[in-house]
Structure formats: structure tokens, C-alpha cells
Design a protein around this ligand. Structure first.
Ligand code: 13P
Length: 375
């Protein structure tokens, strides 16, 4: 099989993921990262707890109204559900709870009409020759075989997170920008050869004290380089998605931009760099609080309504969708966790139409910023 065999399917998958009023649930935390989340709620990072939590996500009633796709970690793609957790949702939805047999978690998402995706990068490593703290993203070797296996199991899209930082010491270096853009392009092309829509994620960390204008100019450079590399590699843009950070100031910048400024700078940056053939731009939350992430996404859609924006502008949030869900669940209360998840999914669904009313959905107002964040 080759890219040409998958063109129609790739475009159809990308369009399904770009459905109006929806976005993605990024639930592909590596085992180490989910362990940090569980630590915060006093839970062991055991396979049983990871299974229970991800079953909770997959059985949340009404989730598909706001969530078009879910990004899974490899363990979850091949894992069966926790029948006890699944029974809670079943009891909620119908008077006759379904049988308690475990089912593939991926099938639970598919039954809801939520498209499963998979994280295919294998994490970042120090970039030899780069500046301090710079990284490159690993996972190309063997990716073709893995992509074929993931497709056979039901995955239809993939994610690769490349990470760049801004610093007064000269980051990002040209080497970091070029290496990360090229890695994204090699990954995207390889995925498309195997029927997976690539999410192209050049994350610019919020670490630093730079202002929003600095972020905007660095992000323009990064995105221009990424789309240049995608072109050289013959990536089929209609069957791809972009997952950028919102254009905002560094976490330590003394001047905090308003949501409206984030909206205007983000749309300006994207309109200067992202081809119109890309069906959707699905933002990461990057350490913004749950409510701030929704407000900024809403402002981006408001700015898009008056500027140039041919793409669906939605979300692919991890922390900003799951934070209060994890807290309310706490390893015990499935219904409370699901209600919290649904509330933020609803908020972000509305924000991706530019229709979110501030504070209209419950959230946990904590900052979710983590310095030098790894996934
Ligand atoms: P956050 O929304 O928590 O930044 O993460 C999304 C993600 O998938 C990062 O790769």
C-alpha cells in the first residue's frame, strides 16, 4: 500500500475529526506522565488503575457530541476495559446494564463514533549540537510497521509531539527548528503511507519570560519551516491536521496577554503560515488552566470570524480536559469524573464555535503549567 491508496480515506478521516463544535481528547499520556497525574490524587500507577481511568473516559455518556477523536497511548489501544467502571455508565444510560464482560477500550470509543488515534513518537532526547534544553523527537525507526499494526487495531490518526523552546539565550536554534520540522515531515509521510492521518505538533513551550510578539515571530518561523518540510516530503495536506500551541506570552512574562490578544495573534500567525488545504487546527492547552484554555480558544474563533481562517479551529487538549475529571474521580467516583470531563468537553465544543460563555461550565481554576513539560 502507498499514500495514493489512502488519499480518499485520509481526507475523510481528517474531515471527520474536524467536525464543527468538536475537538480531540488527548489521553495519550505515557506511563510515566499518567503516573504524575495519579500521584496528585494519591493513586498507584498500576495497570489496573490506568485501565479503570481510561475506561471511564471511553464510557462517558454524551462525550461524542463534543469529541470527534481520542488520542491513545499504545497500552490503551491494546487494552480491555474495566467492566466495573463500564457498568456505572451503562447503568446511567439504560435500565438494563450491559453484561460486564471486558471489551477492547478502543471499541468503546468506536461504538460512540469517536475516532481512535495513537501517539507514535517515542519521546524527546537532547539535541546534540543544539542549545541547552533543546530536543529532537524520536520514533521513526520501525514506525512503518507500528503504524500498520495500529491501523489494523482500529487507529485512524496519529500524533508526534516535537518540542521547541524560546529563551533569551538564543532558543530555538536553527538546528532545533530544522531538525524538528524534518522529523515531523518524515513521520507525517510515513503515517500517511499506512492510512493514519498525521497530527503535526510543533509545540512551543510556555517556559520563559518572552512576550507574545516574540512567540508570534518564532512560531511563524517554525510553522513556515514545518510546511516547507511537509512539502519536500510530499505530505498530503488534506489528510493531515496541525496541533500548535496558542500564540501567547511565556509563563514568566510580566505582561499577561488577554484572551482577545491571544486570539488575534494566533489567527495572524496561522494565517501567515498554514496552507488552506489543511482541514483543521486543533490546539494543545500547553499549561493554561481549564477555563483559560476555553476562553482563549473561544477568542481565537472570534478573531477568525473577522480575519482570514479557512480551517476548523478546535482543540486537542490533554490537561485542560482531564484535570478536574481526574480530581473528581479520585480513583473512586466514576460518575463525578465523567460529569467533570463532559463539562469541559462541552465548554470547548462551544469555544470551537466561538460560542463559549465565560464561567458557564464548572472547572478547576488551577494553573496547569509544568516547567519543561514532557508527555
Ligand atoms: P496539553 O493540552 O496538556 O498541553 O497536552 C496535549 C498534548 O497532547 C500534548 O502533546
Amino acid at each position: 500500500m502507498a499514500l495514493d491508496d489512502f488519499r480518499d480515506e485520509l481526507a475523510a478521516t481528517a474531515v471527520a475529526l474536524a467536525a464543527p463544535g468538536t475537538g480531540l481528547l488527548a489521553a495519550d499520556e505515557s506511563t510515566g506522565t499518567i503516573g504524575k497525574r495519579f500521584d496528585a490524587i494519591g493513586l498507584d500507577n498500576s495497570e489496573a488503575n490506568r485501565r479503570a481511568y481510561r475506561t471511564l473516559l471511553a464510557t462517558t455518556p454524551g462525550l461524542a457530541e463534543h469529541i470527534s477523536g481520542v488520542i491513545l497511548f499504545e497500552e490503551t489501544l491494546f487494552q480491555d476495559s474495566d467492566p466495573v467502571v463500564a457498568a456505572v455508565a451503562a447503568a446511567d444510560a439504560a435500565p438494563e446494564p450491559s453484561s460486564g464482560d471486558p471489551q477492547p477500550i478502543v471499541a468503546l470509543f468506536q461504538q460512540k463514533g469517536i475516532v481512535p488515534g495513537i501517539k507514535v513518537d517515542l519521546g524527546v532526547e537532547d539535541l546534540a549540537g543544539g542549545l541547552a534544553g533543546e530536543s529532537w523527537c524520536t520514533g521513526l525507526k520501525g514506525m512503518a510497521e507500528r503504524a500498520a499494526r495500529y491501523y489494523a487495531r482500529g487507529a485512524r490518526f496519529a500524533k508526534w509531539r516535537a518540542v521547541l523552546r524560546i529563551s533569551s539565550g538564543g532558543c530555538p536554534s536553527e538546528l532545533a527548528v530544522r531538525e524538528n520540522a524534518w522529523g515531523l515531515a518524515r513521520y507525517a509521510r510515513t503515517c500517511q503511507e499506512h492510512g493514519l492521518v498525521p497530527i503535526v505538533e510543533p509545540e512551543i513551550l510556555m517556559d520563559g519570560d518572552h512576550d507574545i510578539a516574540t512567540t508570534a515571530s518564532v512560531q511563524e518561523w517554525v510553522l513556515r519551516t514545518v510546511y516547507g518540510a511537509l512539502a519536500v516530503n510530499g505530505v498530503f495536506l488534506e489528510g493531515s491536521l496541525l496541533k500548535p500551541s496558542m500564540t501567547t506570552a511565556g509563563a514568566d512574562c510580566a505582561t499577561r496577554p488577554s484572551a482577545d490578544e491571544v486570539g488575534e495573534f494566533t489567527v495572524r500567525t496561522l494565517s501567515r503560515t498554514v496552507p488552506a488545504a489543511v482541514p483543521a487546527i486543533l490546539f494543545l492547552s500547553g499549561g493554561l488552566s481549564e477555563e483559560d484554555a476555553s476562553l482563549c480558544l473561544n477568542a481565537i474563533n472570534e478573531a477568525a470570524a473577522v480575519g482570514y481562517a479557512p480551517w476548523h479551529l478546535g482543540f486537542s487538549f490533554g490537561r485542560a480536559l482531564q484535570h478536574s475529571c481526574l480530581k473528581h474521580w479520585g480513583g473512586r467516583d466514576v460518575a463525578a469524573g465523567q460529569a467533570a470531563l463532559l463539562a469541559r468537553a462541552r465548554a470547548n465544543g462551544a469555544a470551537s464555535r466561538g460560542a463559549y460563555v465565560a464561567g458557564s461550565e464548572p472547572s478547576d481554576d488551577e494553573s496547569l503549567f509544568v516547567s519543561n513539560y514532557s508527555y
